[in-house]
Design a protein around this ligand. Structure first.
Ligand code: ADP
Length: 193
């Protein structure tokens, strides 16, 4: 069974993902796959064609922070970047889905699962939900972002309310880390049934 795990930026998805790992589940992390895909020569060339050479450092590597800021300033550029990266990432997930047996549970940890329309890859979808104000605070604290950028990133994503509506299972992360862990344990038990 493939369980999609998603949320919004700083909603607590990675924390939940780590709890699942501690419980022994295999987790395939879309962010890591994006990083691998982004380092391929062919991908870098495509990105430079859209964003220009100044997003490269002197070793020809992409300066991720610069790319991120540019992409979030311009919706069209963000769409183009997604158009380069997403199909390659989806291909890797599809391959994994074909490989795993039906009796095993694998978590597909995908921040933009709904935005990238990857629902069909998953048998069940878990959304980590958090109130917007708390989300803004956690982005500012974790990423040392100014409030304006934090809000911009959050507003570029589908709202967590909408994601929670579409989910099979909602994990509420407005409480403590202990509350969060307890909910993950319950979800884990239910997934085994
Ligand atoms: P995501 O992967 O969704 O971006 P993270 O799991 O990295 O989010 O969580 C965002 C930040 O908030 C991290 O610094 C994390 O340690 C912290 N955090 C997550 N859940 C809680 C919680 N319930 N209470 C306090 N801090 C939390």
């Amino acid at each position: 069974m493939i369980v999609g795990l998603t949320g919004g930026i700083a909603s607590g998805k990675s924390t939940v993902s780590n709890f699942f790992k501690e419980l022994g589940l295999e987790v395939l992390d879309a962010d890591e796959i994006v990083k691998e895909v982004s380092q391929k020569k062919d991908t870098i060339n495509k990105i430079v064609r859209v964003f220009g050479k100044d997003i490269l450092d002197n070793k020809g590597k992409i300066i991720r922070e610069k790319l991120r800021v540019k992409a979030f300033e311009n919706k069209e550029l963000l769409n183009k970047l997604n158009g380069i990266i997403h199909p390659q990432v989806i291909e890797i997930f599809v391959k994994k889905k074909k490989e795993i047996s039906e009796s095993s549970i694998v978590i597909f940890d995908i921040p933009l699962l709904y935005e990238a329309e990857m629902e069909n890859l998953c048998d069940k979808i878990v959304v980590v939900y958090i109130k917007k104000e708390l989300q803004i605070e956690r982005v500012i604290e974790r990423d040392k972002n100014i409030r304006e950028l934090a809000e911009k990133i959050i507003n570029a994503q589908m709202s967590l309310e909408e994601k929670a509506k579409r989910a099979d299972i909602v994990i509420n992360n407005n409480g403590t880390l202990e509350d969060l862990k307890n909910q993950v344990d319950v979800v884990y038990c239910n997934l085994q049934k």
